[in-house]
Design a protein around this ligand. Structure first.
Ligand SMILES: Nc1ncnc2c1ncn2[C@@H]1O[C@H](COP(=O)(O)OP(=O)(O)OP(=O)(O)O)[C@@H](O)[C@H]1O
Ligand SMILES: [Mg+2]
Length: 255
């Protein structure tokens, strides 16, 4: 079980994440929602061990993840928000490097890479360098890299970014299938319609603080709204969307 205990993160004097606490059990898909700059990716980086919390800790099966980060990373699959891929490597070379770093046995590594490249429609692009991949193709490579070593915990920061309609459907169903197998998924997204479908639990964040936390249906019920979009607007956004749109149209028309 993954546990975030009162996580706080300061960047200089900016408090990006404040007292975030939750548990992520096997089979659970936890949606992490919040507006731009609310602290989602900062939380993700603390969960993956890329950033140390200023206060608080992340534990896996009761042990601080920084005690043995290598062992922790072995059970972790991570799709980052920014794809920092090596542009001169081909898709296949990159995945091979990831598999080697994860110490996957050679034969399992090659067969898994070949199968996943095929299933994500990248087989015929396997010898093309990542620098020439489209945005969606790079995103698929990140997904394959996260999945290929059969991780127990998946941490996904906007995993559907740039994916086409079929791939979105595949990834949504895949998350549900993996959770049914007992995998834990931490799912950061802005796409409320998807979050609503795939997440068993939700955390709504605003300015680094948790506004709501619980099973998806009860978060929705608590606010008395039908759709997650209404819940989100009620809890998080104090903006008048109609007014903002009309002001933008006005500014553009006058420029
Ligand atoms: N490396 C950094 N140095 C300084 N401040 C940072 C850094 N990374 C993030 N921040 C600040 O921390 C806050 C939270 O940023 P974060 O990237 O976690 O938000 P987010 O919820 O992931 O946003 P988005 O939806 O746009 O991806 C913001 O105020 C941001 O400016
Ligand atoms: Mg982010």
């Amino acid at each position: 079980m993954l546990e975030a205990k009162n996580l706080c993160k300061f960047y200089g004097s900016v408090l990006a994440v404040q007292n975030v606490a939750f548990t992520l059990d096997p089979g659970q898909v936890l949606g992490y929602l919040g507006p731009n700059g609310s602290g989602k990716s900062t939380t993700v980086k603390m969960l993956t061990g890329l950033l140390e919390p200023t206060y608080g800790e992340v534990t896996y099966d009761g042990q601080n993840i920084h005690k043995d980060l290598i062992a922790y990373r072995k059970i972790l699959g991570y799709v980052p928000e920014e794809p920092n891929l090596y542009p001169h490597l081909t898709g296949e070379e990159y995945l091979d490097m990831v598999g080697t770093l994860r110490a996957m046995p050679q034969s399992r590594k090659s067969t898994t890479i070949a199968s996943l490249l095929e299933l994500f429609s990248l087989w015929r692009h396997r010898y093309v360098t990542l620098g020439s991949y489209s945005k969606g193709m790079r995103q698929k490579i990140l997904l394959i890299a996260a999945l290929m070593d059969n991780p127990d915990v998946l941490i996904l920061d906007e995993p559907l970014s740039g994916l086409d309609v079929t791939s979105v459907l595949i990834v949504k169903s895949l998350i549900q299938a993996l959770s049914a197998q007992g995998k834990s998924v931490f799912y950061c997204s802005h796409i409320l319609e998807v979050v609503e479908k795939v997440c068993s639990h939700l955390i709504v964040l605003r300015k680094g603080q948790v506004l709501a936390h619980g099973p998806t249906s009860s978060v929705r019920q608590k606010i008395g709204k039908d759709s997650l979009e209404d819940v989100f607007l009620e809890l998080v956004e104090d903006a008048d969307v109609t007014q903002i749109v009309s002001d933008i149209v006005g500014v553009v028309a006058c420029s």
